[in-house]
Structure formats: C-alpha cells, structure tokens
Ligand binder design. Structure first.
Ligand code: SAH
Length: 207
C-alpha cells in the first residue's frame, strides 16, 4: 500500500507517519487482524475508521507542518488524529471533536494506549468548531457535510487549509484555502459517513 501511495505522489512525511501509527490499536479487538488492509473498518453505530489511503491523502492535501494546531471533526477511533499527531510532532496539538460519547472514550483510550499525548478528544457538535483554541492552522473534517460549516471557516487561520467531503450520498473531497478570500478545489470522489449537527444533515439527528 505504501508503494501505491508513493506512486500517487503522497509525500514521504505522510508515508513515514502512516508506518509509525499502529492501526490495530485503533480497531475493535474482533477486527484487529484486519487492521492493515486498505479499507474502512466498522467501529459501531454505523461509524467507520477511514481506509488508510484516504487518511494519507487527506493529510497530504493539508500539507501539515511540525508544530501546527489542527482541529479534527469526527474522532471516531482516534486513528486519523494519531496520524496527524505523528506528522505535527510533540510540539503540535490536535483537538478532535466527536459527538458520540462512547467514541470519545474509545478514541481517548486508543490514543493513550498508542502513546499520543498531543491529542485531546472533546465531546461536542463539531459543526460549531472549538472557538476556545481557535484559530487553527489546519482543519480536517472526517464526515460528509452539506457545505462548509461557517464556524469552521471562521476558526481557520488566514493562510490555513481545510479538507472536507461535501455531498449527501457520494461526496467530493474539497481542499478549502483561506487566503485573499476563500478558494475551494474539488480533489476526488469519496464516501464518508454523514456529519450530524447544527450545520450537518438534520435527518440523521437523533438527539
Ligand atoms: N476520523 C475517524 C473516523 C471518523 S468516522 C477515525 O480515524 O477513526 C466520522 C465520525 O464523525 C463518527 O465517529 C461520527 O460520530 C462523527 N461525527 C458526525 N457528526 C459529527 C459532529 N457534528 N461533530 C463531531 N463528530 C461528528
């Protein structure tokens, strides 16, 4: 898989991080033997850990640098946050928002077991962002949104980048750049679970 990603042009920095993070520590125990296949894994309640190649591509599009402050929406298992943390190093900080309480516990436990101290998982509606620690150098949205939630754009630094899948059933993965206005570039077709919340898809809301 690493060879395939290298051929697709994924940077060495991202590939090194992918090789450091032990995905089996983030999979449910019954699926840990499948942790190194390049496909999404179910983590319960219809949620999934993204396929490794998708995590790699999203990190690559963000052009992460050491020491950055990154906001993730959708902690899930904590795997994607761990890859980001590996790239930005101990001097960087990841804040990851998750709306399902037991997934906050699951991801926090997994990240602790894997030794990541620079990731904080927070129970909240990620469509509102996390104004306490804003602005962010980069924002990674790991669920499908109807459009860019305005609070996330506000909380992105000038010069910062966001990756976000936009669309209902199938989505386009966009890179949004805030620099002399806002520039959006569609990169590829993707399939993510829906973003639920104030600026998410209302029909999936059950609370
Ligand atoms: N990044 C994760 C995979 C995320 S799956 C990983 O590496 O494992 C998408 C996650 O987004 C799910 O856990 C889902 O509960 C969460 N989610 C959906 N809407 C959300 C919202 N408004 N705020 C925070 N999390 C949300």
């Amino acid at each position: 898989m690493v060879e395939l990603l290298r051929r697709q042009g994924v940077s060495g920095v991202v590939l090194n991080a992918m090789m450091q993070v032990k995905r089996h520590l983030f999979a449910p125990p019954s699926l840990s033997d499948q942790a190194y296949g390049d496909y999404p894994l179910p983590i319960g309640e219809g949620q999934t850990i993204s396929a490794p190649h998708m995590v790699a591509l999203m990190c690559d599009y963000l052009e992460l640098n050491k020491g950055e402050k990154v906001l993730e929406i959708g902690a899930g298992s904590g795997y994607h946050a761990a890859v980001i943390a590996e790239i930005i190093g101990e001097e960087g900080q990841v804040y990851s928002i998750e709306r399902i309480k037991w997934l906050v516990e699951f991801s926090t436990e997994n990240l602790k077991r894997a030794g990541y101290k620079n990731v904080t998982v927070i129970l909240a509606d990620g469509t509102l962002g996390l104004p306490e620690y804003a602005p962010y150098d980069k924002i990674s949205v790991t669920c499908a949104a109807p459009d860019v939630p305005p609070p996330l754009l506000e909380q992105l630094k000038t010069g910062g980048k966001m990756v976000i899948p936009i669309g209902r059933y199938r989505q386009t993965l966009y890179v949004v750049e805030k620099k002399n206005g806002v520039k959006r570039e569609g990169k590829c077709d993707v399939v993510f679970v829906p973003l639920v919340g104030r600026y998410g898809f209302k029909e999936y809301q059950d609370d």
